[in-house]
Design a protein. Structure first.
Lengths: 303, 261, 303, 261
């Protein structure tokens, strides 16, 4: 029997596959295409204290093996989420991770406090969204920023706290260490990489927001490198993502040191991607006769 | 249970220099489709043309269990799609989105389409049985006029215009529409095409107090309401909000939409 | 008549297409596949003071729409280059840009001094190679590092001096400004992005060097964004690169603010890529009835 | 002048579960090829399988102006290649690299190949006219044994081994080689295949004072000597240096190569 379960600071995932925030809605959009009970966890669309409409369209551009998005955190607000989405999600075996973003540190603290009383499994701090003008990404690009926000939110957060890092930094290791020191229970990475696409005939950016966050297969080597670097630098579990489309991709991240992985953009191409990744991992483990995912996590041997 | 379909291509026909009709065998879609809905197609395997492309359902053959899609080659995705041939499989999901509302009580119906926006209107016309149907179709020029026979068959009156007058009347398709409105009355107008045309049609409908449905386009990620990229402005209690073309649309009542983005 | 010529601090390129360092050897490898006279310039394989053997193989991994390389500056040394390669290159109309890298700032200065007396057109400072242990990339990741090296090399360099930036930084604008302030005549970017690929069956990195530099179509949106940011921040000409495979890609960079562009990885896939890019640019300019490349450079209009 | 070729596929034949033979019409290559050289193929258009794949020339038909390549499906590139059919075009460059040296004066020649390394040896054998030829071919198992008839036709003695003994002798192919060396003498050995096999053959050749050429493999970028990724250690005046498989090889004299990387 292959055991895919993984424990991340008390969050007991049946398997290490989590749908990435912003790419899986609140789960219900995918229920006709895949079995939500078979997905380890779902990180819901990034929430803010009040509901938000997000940025002007177009909000997506296709790039070689990737996409740029500039949704800008359109969401129903934390209270709308609690009212309308938790009941549906809770009917499934999947773990609920709530991704939150704010304009100010106080926003984050308030959301963490509110959500700590709800029936959810973990909170993911999005300090790395490149698509909103104020706050968010600004916190994520310096160790000081990360330290401050993690420290303050930690006080209000009674759930496992995941800090999600932006790749748009010179040294991801420093930022990860800062989060760990101030009490993060886990580190997730990477969020999107800031990018731009230009419509050469209109001579204007493709996105109405001019720039957007890049994700998809194209970013995978950068993400694997950063996951490896972070896993080498911190002791808390790492949740890896960036371009995972199948089981082999997931294994690559796990070998690099990820205890769990998230599947994002791939859900758009293949709405059954998460479960396909679960099966792919299972398959790899069978071929190599690994009994537990811990036989894979961090097991890459460098030259 | 999977709704991710792998369906057989029955034929691919080149209708003009850049426009292709593909017939796809899909019992699943045939049994569920309504006019105005679309499918989301993976045009090439692997990472080439990564995202699915949304294409309207242009016709449904219930007997042969086939749907037609008609598309113009714009970029890499549609280019790949045009190279499929009989027997190839296409990976698609659908039918997606909200269809046109076919009202039972109406007597006179107009459809107004521009460019690639005409295709979903053919399926709509074929499903409207009880009313008298006028079709107004605008194209860039003669080379882009396709499916004329089918539109003739499925409408009582057909008006065609081209930008350069190389076929039908010259100029905007809203000109013959306004012309007709002087003598006839429509109970409802359905429109799909470039935004400027849609805006004009919506204005005309409003002036003439005619019900109107519009089918909108927006760049998409998932096609199923999850990624929230396909935003369009609609009215709400506190003024406006961003709805989503793939799930709340592509068809909206014209008075729901705000055209200022 | 469309005029493709562009002047970068006295370097008069017949067209804005330059072969990127490390991807075009010393030109001669491509002479059977394409017309070297039709390429605006060639930036030669990165040179060091003494010849180097580079890193262990495997040195390349294919990734989605990109590659990782870890060549590690294998090269014949600056003197070998002068003796064996300049004579061949000079027979062609193309401009010669000499890409240099060193372990110490003194190395760079010495090379710049030696090359200033040679029949070449410009010097490109590679302070951003991710594949060597000592020096190089270390200079490129901080404004202070860039300031110091640019300032010192400037004293010895009598040729137009291009400083090539690494994308592995939080704020590329700051680094670019530092280079400009200390006398760079032009800024080129981006060098490769640090990445990693793991062979999941061997449980080892694909590259013997463990990590490598990512390039190719995948990086294009990141590169376009950075070129835009830098072009907005400095007054010296910017040379853009990262994933350019055809004329349309080149135009995207030029609209973003690049006065010239470099073609790298694409040369491996299509050994005639540089000339194809020239023709693609020409074609675009004809369609839009632009007379000079200056009608394109920096002409993107933001929303 | 372009040497980037777009050539017609004449046929694709499945030789075993994962091995395919493709015949490509290419006057250009036929006129220039020597045994041991390879072509560098773009297996899929666009960004899928971005880099070209190096594949050895396995046979040349001068009359039909065709070359054969034989390849095993390993990953995405060879997978795409295997799906090409008659009439498709393949984008390739070549012939590339340094060929085997065919010595005029020799009487007894041995080729030793393992796995996909056997393919270039077939072309080599077919070009050696004057000498007596022994072929030693090692495979994983029965399923991987291909082109046996062709090798039989082009050699005087054929030895086959498989890891599991499912065809020919069981074990390493160097065992029958050493066996033969007890009774016969070879003037030159050509070898291509997995590195451990090559090393062993080189050792045997050295012990027996036989000239030996090896054909090496390495991951490639450009295939034409520009990117310097395909490094392999060779002897030099100051000890060693990195030569490049695509340009200085793939064929080297065994005493040039250092096998310690
Ligand atoms: C609901 C809906 C129905 C449609 N029905 C049809 C139809 O029946 N026939 C037809 O020819 N076209 C139709 N379109 C437009 C069609 O989706 C685009 O022409 C197509 O996606 C272009 O893809 P490409 O790869 O050829 O172009 P590229 O420019 O290479 O595409 C790049 C990206 O932009 C997106 N994109 C580009 N143009 C559009 C567009 N106009 N609308 C939405 N996304 C776009 C693509 O999907 C892709 O993600 C429809 C669009 C929508 C939203
Ligand atoms: C000079 C030379 C001649 C060759 N001749 C043959 C032949 O005649 N028949 C045959 O079946 N194979 C041959 N090979 C090996 C063949 O190139 C690889 O099997 C093939 O590139 C794998 O590509 P893929 O996309 O299927 O695998 P993937 O693993 O998806 O390839 C990923 C990347 O790694 C490279 N790669 C993977 N394996 C190898 C390898 N063994 N050698 C070099 N690069 C590799 C690929 O080219 C590609 O860049 C030869 C290799 C070389 C260097
Ligand atoms: C359309 C879209 C919306 C996203 N929204 C969020 C978000 O709200 N919060 C967040 O932390 N990350 C968000 N992300 C980032 C993803 O969760 C993930 O970090 C990133 O896409 C990389 O993974 P991938 O390559 O698998 O997509 C979003 C990504 C996309 C594509
Ligand atoms: C194999 C290889 C070798 C390279 N060597 C050098 C080098 O010696 N000096 C340098 O400045 N850049 C070097 N580069 C970086 C390229 O010049 C270029 O900055 C990068 O590849 C991005 O462009 P591209 O996506 O078009 O390849 C190298 C790139 C590759 C792929
Ligand atoms: S395309 Fe994803 S919500 Fe509409
Ligand atoms: S593959 Fe580029 S030098 Fe050999």
């Amino acid at each position: 029997m292959t055991d895919l379960s993984v424990d991340i600071k008390g969050m007991k995932f049946e398997n290490p596959v989590i749908a990435a925030s912003g790419t899986f809605g609140f789960g219900r959009e995918f229920k006709d295409y895949t079995d939500l009970d078979m997905i380890g966890g779902i990180s819901v669309k990034g929430l803010t204290l009040e509901s938000r409409q997000g940025n002007k369209p177009p909000r997506i551009a296709e790039t070689p093996a990737g996409i740029l998005n500039s949704v800008g955190l359109q969401n129903p607000g934390v209270k709308g989420f609690i009212r309308d989405e938790i009941p549906f999600l809770r009917k499934h075996k999947t773990k609920i991770i709530v991704n939150i973003a704010g304009n100010t540190i106080e926003d984050y603290c308030e959301m963490a406090e509110i959500l700590s009383d709800e029936d959810i499994d973990g909170i993911e701090l999005n300090v790395s969204c490149p698509n909103v003008k104020k706050g968010c990404a600004a916190f994520g690009t310096t160790s000081e920023g990360i330290s401050e926000i993690t420290k303050k939110v930690r006080k209000y957060c009674k759930k496992p706290l995941i800090v999600k890092l932006t790749p748009n930094v010179t040294d991801i290791k420093e930022v990860a260490k800062a989060a760990e020191e101030e009490g993060a229970d886990a580190i997730s990475l990477i969020n999107t990489i800031l990018g731009m696409a230009i419509d050469i005939h209109k001579k204007r950016p493709v996105l109405a927001n001019n720039m957007g966050g890049m994700s998809g297969p194209a970013v995978k080597p950068i993400a694997v490198r950063m996951v490896y670097e972070v896993a080498q630098s911190v002791n808390v579990p790492v949740i890896g993502m960036g371009g995972i489309s199948n089981g082999d991709d997931a294994i690559e991240f796990m070998l690099a040191g990820a205890s769990a992985i998230m599947v994002g953009t791939a859900n758009f191409v293949n709405p059954a991607a998460c479960v396909d990744v679960v099966n792919g991992i299972k398959n790899y483990m069978k071929i190599h006769d690994f009994k537990s995912v811990y036989d894979v996590i961090g097991k890459v041997k460098l030259y | 249970m999977s709704r991710i379909l792998s369906e057989k291509v029955e034929s691919v026909e080149k209708l003009s220099r850049s426009i292709y009709k593909m017939t796809i065998n899909s019992e699943y879609i045939v049994e569920r489709a309504y006019p105005g809905q679309f499918v989301n197609i993976k045009c090439c395997d692997g990472i080439n043309a990564l995202l699915r492309r949304p294409i309207s359902i242009c016709n449904v053959d219930k007997e042969k269990k086939c749907i037609d899609i008609v598309f113009q080659v714009k970029g890499i995705g549609t280019e790949y799609l045009s190279k499929k041939t009989l027997g190839d499989k296409v990976d698609l999901i659908g039918p997606l989105g909200n269809p046109f509302t076919i009202l039972k009580e109406v007597k006179n119906v107009a459809v107004v389409g521009g460019g690639i926006g005409v295709f979903p209107l053919l399926y709509l016309l074929s499903e409207i049985k009880a009313a008298k149907k006028s079709a107004f179709l605008g194209f860039r020029n003669k080379d882009f006029v396709v499916l004329k026979d089918e539109f003739e068959k499925n409408s009582d009156k057909l008006f065609i215009s081209t930008d350069d007058g190389s076929e039908g009347s010259k100029g905007l398709i809203t000109v013959p529409l306004e012309e007709q409105l002087k003598s006839s009355k429509f109970d409802i107008i359905y429109t799909c095409g470039p935004t400027p045309m849609i805006k004009k049609v919506v204005d005309i409908a409003k002036e003439n107090e005619i019900k109107c449905q519009v089918s909108l386009e927006q760049r998409m990620g998932c096609g199923i309401g999850a990624c929230l990229v396909c935003a369009c402005k609609t009215k709400s209690d506190d003024g406006w909000k961003y709805s989503h073309v793939c799930k709340d649309g592509p068809v909206f009542w014209s008075n729901e939409v705000i055209f200022d983005d």
